[in-house]
Design a protein around this ligand. Sequence first.
Ligand code: SF4
Length: 354
Amino acid sequence: MTTSDPRIDPEHFAASLLAWFDDHGRRDLPWQENRDPYRIWVAEIMLQQTRVATVVDYFRRFLDRFPTLADLAEADDDAVLSRWSGLGYYSRARHLKRAAELCVEHHEARLPEDFDALLALPGIGRSTAGAILAQAHGQRHPILDGNVKRVLARLHGIDQWPGKSAVARRLWEIAAKLTAKRRVADYTQAIMDLGALVCTPRKPACGGCPVAAVCIARAEDRVEACPGRKPKRELPERHRYALWQVDEEGRVLLERRPEAGIWGRLYAPPLVEELDLAHRGLVRAAPIRHGFTHFRLTLTPVRIEVDSQVSIMDREARWAGRADLDDLGLPRPIERLLKRHFEDRLTWQEQCIA
Ligand code: SF4
């Protein structure tokens, strides 16, 4: 896999982005008032899973209560969590507090300026460490948050899922290559802003994009496909026969399903994994498919003519006619099959299955 596309010149890219940032970038966010590493750190952590518009108020309240790293380190856990209340992902607040304590113990109550020391603190990953050092100290480090992944993937026409390690590695390499050599703090904010304001997940405003001229996804009309989505997990397949026992009045025998397992406490025909010799030569209807969270079920109704005079031993079983459909708790696929049965639309195939 090649890294950065030779058509994208890093210097030209950074210059275009910075020129756009000067006119259109966000410059009035409360953590941009100064380059205080503590404020940038708190903002970066809050922004990890939360949108800017939500973070602004939380950030102000948090900084009012804990204006310095030492204040945060000394605070009660409850006080910190209460200022986080509503932001969600509370492990972020716990990590922030713990990291502040570690900075007091080992770094003279300041955030370390060394990348590895910063990365070693709880809750600070590679992109967050890079963003803090770039914005607070102008150190040249790439960042790769969700917005930046999207921008870089589209720019390079990468239609694979960034969660794959090979794709993530390539994106990091691209990010490192494209990161500006000058005005690193502004560049860092600019590429985040581009992702948040222009190269948005849906309907990106390519017409107003400062780097549209070199964007491969745009040139190849593949913007929607880049980056690729997380692949859906293949669900296991299961098969069951539904023993469709029908009496001389056309009623169907249903039993209440056990509490545990699928369709707990609902009524359904007995479901079996395999047919035995007693079912040899029966007819079946077309199978239906139904998706559960953890598997997909294929259900084949197998018709069995039964004499209703045969007493039902199971108290949780009953004969169901057309009039009973509204009163019984039925799983949707079974309800649909029963309706088709009562409307004579279930077609039985003369096919030996056992
Ligand atoms: Fe994103 Fe469109 Fe710009 Fe490409 S041209 S980087 S898809 S906004």
